[in-house]
Design a protein around this ligand. Structure first.
Ligand code: 5GP
Ligand code: ZN
Length: 103
């Protein structure tokens, strides 16, 4: 089981900030900004390229709601590292949500 699946299954702890049936958002263990969250689908998918467009559409709504709830809706960046050569270290799709505002 991959490390992010272990977070989904609550086998390893994480600072979870939002969760629904399909997605989970938690704080990055090594933040690169004042706020650095990771948003992942609960069902394992290796990377962006290999993920169903339907899932990508749904995660957009999840991220928009998350940003609104945390009052960073006018101040965040999304980063996806797709593939090892692009810097992807954890092979479970994740969206980096970065903001210079604290939540
Ligand atoms: P990548 O380089 O794959 O796009 O990003 C992986 C991210 O996952 C990194 O920013 C890293 O700090 C974070 N990360 C790796 N392992 C853990 C973990 O066990 N818990 C949390 N919360 N973040 C992790
Ligand atoms: Zn996984």
């Amino acid at each position: 089981m991959c490390i992010f699946c272990s977070i989904v299954n609550k086998k390893i702890p994480a600072n979870i900030v939002k969760e629904d049936e399909e997605f989970i958002a938690f704080k990055d263990i090594n933040p690169k900004a004042k706020t650095h969250l990771l948003v992942i689908p609960k069902v394992h998918s290796e990377n962006f390229q290999m993920t169903e467009p339907e899932t990508i559409a749904k995660v957009s709504s999840f991220i928009q709601a998350l940003a609104k709830e945390k009052n960073i809706e006018n101040n965040y960046k999304i980063q996806i590292n797709n593939g090892e050569k692009a810097g992807q270290e954890v092979m479970h799709l994740h969206f980096h949500i970065l903001s210079n505002e604290a939540i």
